[in-house]
Design a binder for this molecule. Structure first.
Ligand code: 1CP
Length: 371
């Protein structure tokens, strides 16, 4: 991939700070220090889906507002982004939004149905459907950019703000299936029956994703994560030929590659090396693969993960033992060439998780790794 070299350039050297409107500081704090090799005062920790339904203060604030409305309300977005930072003391905030927000902003008829997830009114399955998919322009993301600027102004400078987007494959899966899918059968069918239509769809989604990430970076996020949540459903062969080139184009964009980048998927142990080649600093690892094994599959990367979200429901003794095991495996991963470790879950916080368990894990990781 043409952008592989980019991932080896320390992000601070390439960051076009002049273009980053409200950039508040040169990157610092435990999260950015770990990724850039500066070595922070402890292993940084944050949680995918830390902002959202597991927090009573979120449920209270969101009452009576749809998810899509909330994502276009800068004050609400800012507040929800900050809630888990205040409550848990995490080292990074994830910008509150959703992977389908750029589609909604572009005018695609899409809803986020409570308890289900994204649902598309007109699924995209033909050449004409792909041609009719609207483009996204930066002005359609003004509310998103405004929300990022509010968070940047309010966040503790030691806490990183992570922007994100869905990768082209995972977005395509929602558009082609019409909603959440277990087997992705229509998506895989399109991919193989009409590779021309498939590649045209992914190329358009890569453009849309790039515009969404650029808007967040230009408004001041410190780093980005590209979620290819459902890529683990693919064979390595299909991933490499029909998905990776599109993700790599997003991650190699001049603005996107000016900040540290993480690439994440669920059940992607077999794809980890290829995902690392997409042009990223950090690869997400789920609980199925030990971090020391991940270090050999994705050489030279910072590893992020990999506590099973279900472990947050366990008693404290087995939970603590899991945290210690993961930190031990992260040490071995470093010896095997991993460039660092960001503690996280292997997937998102489940909605009925006790927030106290999340805070406890943050405290334990900080205590055990304090340098
Ligand atoms: O009504 C509600 O409260 C809706 C629940 C909800 C929330 C809180 C959805 C619907 N999305 C979100 C926020 C969200 N989504 C965030 C920001 C908050 C944070 O991480 O702390 C992020 C990063 C996402 C990203 C997202 N959305 C992904 C990738 C991450 C992952 O979990 O794999 C995916 C696949 C989605 C789609 C989506 N949106 C919502 C749901 C329930 C789903 C998954 C549906 C499915 O199973 O297919």
């Amino acid at each position: 991939m043409g952008d592989v070299q980019n991932s080896d350039v320390p992000p601070q050297q390439t960051a076009p700070t002049a273009e980053r409107g409200t950039a508040r500081r040169p990157g610092s704090g435990p999260y950015l220090d770990e990724i850039t090799g500066a070595g922070g005062r402890h292993t940084p920790v944050w949680f995918m889906r830390q902002a959202g339904r597991s927090l009573p203060e979120y449920r209270e604030l969101r009452a009576g507002t749809t998810m899509i409305e909330a994502c276009f309300d800068p004050e609400m977005t800012c507040e929800v982004t900050l809630q888990p930072v205040r409550r848990h003391g995490v080292d990074a905030a994830i910008f509150f939004s959703d992977i389908v927000i750029p589609l909604a902003a572009a005018g695609v008829d899409i809803d986020i149905v409570p308890g289900t997830g994204p649902v598309v009114a007109q699924p995209i399955r033909s050449e004409d459907d792909v041609a009719a998919l609207p483009e996204l322009t930066p002005d359609q993301l003004e509310k998103v950019a405004e929300a990022v600027r509010l968070v940047v102004g309010a966040l503790d400078p030691e806490v990183a703000l992570i922007g994100f987007a869905g990768a082209p494959f995972t977005l395509a899966s929602y558009l082609v299936e019409g909603g959440p899918s277990r087997n992705h059968e229509r998506t895989k069918s399109l991919m193989h029956s009409r590779p021309d239509v498939w590649n045209a769809l992914l190329a358009k989604l890569a453009d849309l994703t790039t515009v969404f990430l650029r808007a967040q970076i230009e408004a001041g996020v410190d780093a980005v994560q590209l979620f290819d949540s459902w890529a683990g459903a693919l064979s390595l062969r299909d991933y490499r030929s029909l998905v990776l080139p599109h993700s790599a184009r997003v991650l190699g964009d001049a603005v996107v590659s000016s900040v540290p980048r993480t690439h994440f998927g669920v059940g992607t142990g077999e794809l980890l090396g290829a995902m690392g080649e997409a042009g990223v600093d950090v690869v997400g690892v789920d609980w199925r693969l030990p971090l020391d094994e991940a270090a050999t599959r994705a050489p030279g990367k910072v590893l992020q993960g990999n506590l099973d979200p279900a472990m947050l429901f366990a008693d404290r003794a087995p939970l603590d033992a899991e945290v210690r095991r993961i930190l031990d495996e992260a040490s071995r991963a470093r010896e095997l060439g991993a460039r660092g470790h960001v503690f996280n879950l292997g997937h998102g916080v489940l909605p009925t998780t006790d927030p106290g368990a999340v805070t406890h894990v943050v405290e334990l990781v900080h205590e055990l790794t304090g340098r």
